[in-house]
Ligand binder design. Structure first.
Ligand SMILES: O=P(O)(O)OC[C@H]1O[C@H](O[C@H]2O[C@H](CO)[C@@H](O)[C@H](O)[C@H]2O)[C@H](O)[C@@H](O)[C@@H]1O
Length: 580
C-alpha cells in the first residue's frame, strides 16, 4: 500500500510509518436510533402521514431524498422512472416518484445545467405519462423538515438512491428504521402490519455493501435501474418482509453508538504503544518527518560495549556491509585497508566469530574479503554462507525454483525503460532494481509503484519483494539476515560455544530481520542466558535495534575500540601485511 509495508491483521490493516502504527479499517458509520425514534413519536408527523396517505392513496410511491448537487444522479433516477413507465405500462397511472431535493448548497454552471436537465425531465415525463389526478413525478425542491421526511418514508414503498459518487448516504438507514416504526406508536407502518423497506441503491454509495437486502444498481445504466424499480415493487410480500428484517437487524445493531465504541477500541489498540514512544522531528523541508522512537532506543556507548566485550568468552559479531562499514556515498565499494585490518584483528581473537552479512553477491564479497582468512560471509542476504575462506559456500535457501525470474524481469525492464538512471542487477538468487542514479522523487515513486506491481504479479511465487536503500529486490522466500543470525548462533551453541556477546550492526530494512531475531534469541537456548546483546542501527530512525550510531565513521570508531580490546593483535597485523 503506497509502497509501504503493511500487515493484514484480523479485520484491519496495520501499517508502520516512521515508527508509528497506523491502523486502516473500513468502519461504516450508523445512525442515531434514539433521535429517529423520538421524531417518529411527534404528533405533527402523524398528521402529515395521514395527509400523504390520502394524497397517494392506491399508488406505489418511490421516494428519493437527495441534496441538489451534481453527484446525486437525480436526473438518472428520473430517466429510469421514465423507462419503467415506458417498458412496464402497467405502472402508468399507478407508480409515482416523489423526489425531495434539498436546496443546493453550492452554485455554478454545472449545477445550473443539471437543474435545467431535471426540470426538463420532470416536465417531459409528467406531460407524457400524466393524466388528470396523476402526476408520475412529484418534485419537491423546498426545505423539508426531518419530521416531514419521516412522513414521506412512511408512505414510500421503495427508496431509490442513484448517486454516482457519495459518502455513506444514510437515507436508506433512516428509511429502514422509520419503516420498522416504534412499538406502541401509530407509526409509519401500521403498528402490527408486516414491515417492508424496499431499496434500490447505487453501488457507488458507502452504505451499499451493508445492505444485503437492497437491489444494487449502476445508476449510469438507466435500463437496468428501471428493471430494478420494477423488481422492487413487484416482489412478493414475504420476500420484501424478509429483506426488511435483514436490513433492520443490521442498521439497529450498527448504529452510531456501536460505531463510536468500535472506533475508540480500534484507536486504543492501534495507539497502545504510541505513548511509550518519543516523537522527534528530523530532516528539513520536504524531507521533514516526525518519527516515533522507543524511549529505550539510545546511542551505543563505546565504553559500555567495550566493557561487555572484554567480559565475554564467546562473541558473535555480525556486520552489514553497505551503509555500515562502507559509506553509502562511496563510489569505490571495495573495502578500505582500514576495514580489512579491523576485521582481521577481530577475527584474530579466538573468542570471536565474525561475519559480514550482506545483500551483495558472493563473488564480489569473496574477492574483497580474500585477505580475511577467518571471516565468515553471508552473501545475498544469506542465500550463500561460508564460514571461512577455506570452506565451501553453503546454500541456505530452500528453493531451487527460479521460474519467477521470467515473470519479474519483464516488470523490472518496464520500469527501467521508463525511469532514466535506473538499472537491473542480476544476482545468483535475486533480481535487484536500482534507482540511486535516477531523479530522487521520481525514482522513489517508481519504486513504490513497482513494488506493488511485483507483489501482485508474484503473489503465488516462492519469493519476497523488499525495498532497501534505493533498491527493490526480489529474492527467494525465507532467505533473510535473521535466518543467518539464527544459523550462526545455533552452530556456535552446537560447538559448545554459546554466544555471551552479540553485536549486530546494519543500516537498512534487511538488517531489521537480524535485529528482530536477536531480540527474541535471548529467550531461546541459542545464546548464553547472561549474553550481552547489541543490536545497532546506523542512523537515528525507527528500528527494532535498541542502539544506534550516527554513521559509518562512528561504526569504524567503535570497531577500533573493540579491536584494541582484542587478543592476538600482532599476529593479525602480520596476516594483513602478507595477503593484501
Ligand atoms: O546488505 P547490504 O550490504 O547493505 O547490501 C545491500 C545491497 O547492496 C548493493 O546495493 C547498494 O549499493 C549500490 C551501489 O553499489 C546502490 O546503488 C544501492 O542503492 C545500494 O542499496 C547491491 O547492489 C544490492 O544487491 C544489495 O542488496
Amino acid at each position: 500500500m503506497l509502497g509501504l509495508e503493511y500487515q493484514s491483521k484480523r479485520g484491519y490493516i496495520g501499517l508502520e510509518y516512521y515508527g508509528r502504527m497506523v491502523g486502516i479499517k473500513i468502519m461504516p458509520v450508523g445512525i442515531h436510533m434514539g433521535q429517529i425514534q423520538s421524531v417518529l413519536n411527534l404528533p405533527e408527523k402523524e398528521w402529515r402521514v395521514s395527509e400523504l396517505k390520502h394524497q397517494f392513496e392506491g399508488k406505489m410511491v418511490f421516494l428519493g431524498v437527495d441534496d441538489m448537487d451534481i453527484f446525486k444522479g437525480i436526473n438518472l433516477k428520473l430517466l429510469a422512472m421514465e423507462q419503467l413507465l415506458k417498458v412496464h405500462p402497467k405502472w402508468q397511472g399507478r407508480a409515482i416518484l416523489v423526489q425531495i431535493a434539498n436546496p443546493a448548497r453550492g452554485t455554478g454552471r454545472d449545477l445550473e445545467e443539471i437543474q435545467a436537465e431535471i426540470k426538463e425531465s420532470c416536465k417531459r415525463i409528467n406531460e407524457t405519462y400524466g393524466e388528470p389526478g396523476y402526476e408520475p413525478i412529484v418534485f419537491i425542491d423546498r426545505p423539508v423538515s426531518f419530521g416531514e421526511r419521516m412522513a414521506f418514508y412512511a408512505v414510500a414503498e421503495c427508496v431509490v438512491v442513484t448517486a454516482v459518487r457519495d459518502g455513506m448516504n444514510l437515507t436508506p438507514y433512516e428509511y429502514i428504521v422509520c419503516r420498522q416504526g416504534v412499538s406502541g406508536s401509530e407509526s409509519c407502518s401500521d403498528a402490527n402490519a408486516p414491515k417492508k423497506s424496499m431499496l434500490v441503491v447505487s453501488e457507488f454509495i458507502g452504505c451499499s455493501p451493508s445492505l444485503s437486502g437492497a437491489i444494487r444498481i449502476n445508476p449510469w445504466n438507466v435500463e437496468a435501474t428501471a428493471e430494478a424499480l420494477n423488481e422492487a415493487i413487484s416482489m412478493a410480500e414475504p420476500e420484501k418482509q424478509l429483506r426488511h428484517e435483514k436490513h433492520y437487524r443490521y442498521v439497529s445493531t450498527h448504529d452510531v453508538a456501536y460505531w463510536s465504541r468500535s472506533f475508540l477500541q480500534d484507536l486504543e489498540r492501534t495507539c497502545k504503544d504510541h505513548f511509550k514512544r518519543r516523537c522527534w522531528g528530523i530532516g528539513l523541508s520536504f524531507g521533514f518527518r516526525v518519527v516515533a522512537l522507543d524511549p529505550n532506543f539510545r546511542k551505543l556507548s563505546i565504553d559500555a560495549i567495550v566493557m561487555s566485550y572484554m567480559r565475554a568468552k564467546n562473541r558473535a559479531i555480525l556486520l552489514d556491509y553497505d551503509g555500515t562499514v562502507m559509506p553509502q556515498t562511496s563510489i569505490n565499494k571495495t573495502p578500505s585497508l582500514e576495514v580489512i585490518s579491523l576485521i582481521n584483528t577481530l577475527c584474530g581473537d579466538s573468542k570471536n566469530t565474525v561475519f559480514i552479512v550482506s545483500g551483495r553477491g558472493r563473488e564480489s564479497l569473496g574477492k574483497w574479503f580474500s585477505p580475511c582468512e577467518k571471516l565468515g560471509i553471508a552473501a545475498e542476504h544469506g542465500y550463500f554462507l561460508r564460514w571461512s575462506r577455506h570452506e565451501e559456500w553453503e546454500i541456505i535457501g530452500q528453493s531451487t525454483d527460479f521460474g519467477w525470474i521470467q515473470m519479474a524481469e519483464p516488470v523490472m525492464k518496464l520500469y527501467t525503460e521508463a525511469t532514466d538512471g535506473s538499472s537491473i542487477e542480476t544476482k545468483e538468487s535475486a533480481l535487484v532494481w536500482h534507482h540511486q542514479d535516477a531523479d530522487p522523487g521520481f525514482g522513489s515513486c517508481q519504486a513504490k509503484e513497482m513494488l506493488d506491481h511485483l507483489e501482485s504479479v508474484l503473489a503465488n511465487e516462492p519469493v519476497a519483494v523488499k525495498s532497501g536503500q534505493f533498491i527493490v529486490e526480489v529474492k527467494p522466500q525465507g532467505v533473510s539476515k535473521g535466518l543467518v543470525a539464527e544459523k550462526i548462533f545455533a552452530s556456535m551453541a552446537d560447538r559448545g560455544r554459546q554466544a555471551d556477546f552479540v553485536l549486530c550492526i546494519g543500516d537498512d530494512r534487511s538488517d531489521e530481520d537480524m535485529f528482530e531475531f536477536i531480540g527474541s534469541a535471548m529467550t531461546s537456548n541459542m545464546l548464553s542466558s547472561n549474553a550481552a546483546v547489541y543490536g545497532c542501527t546506523v542512523g537515528q530512525k525507527p528500528s527494532k535495534a535498541k542502539y544506534y550510531l550516527d554513521d559509518t565513521t562512528e561504526v569504524i570508531t567503535m570497531l577500533h575500540a573493540l579491536a584494541e580490546a582484542s587478543d592476538s593483535l600482532t599476529s593479525t597485523e602480520v596476516a594483513i601485511g602478507s595477503s593484501y
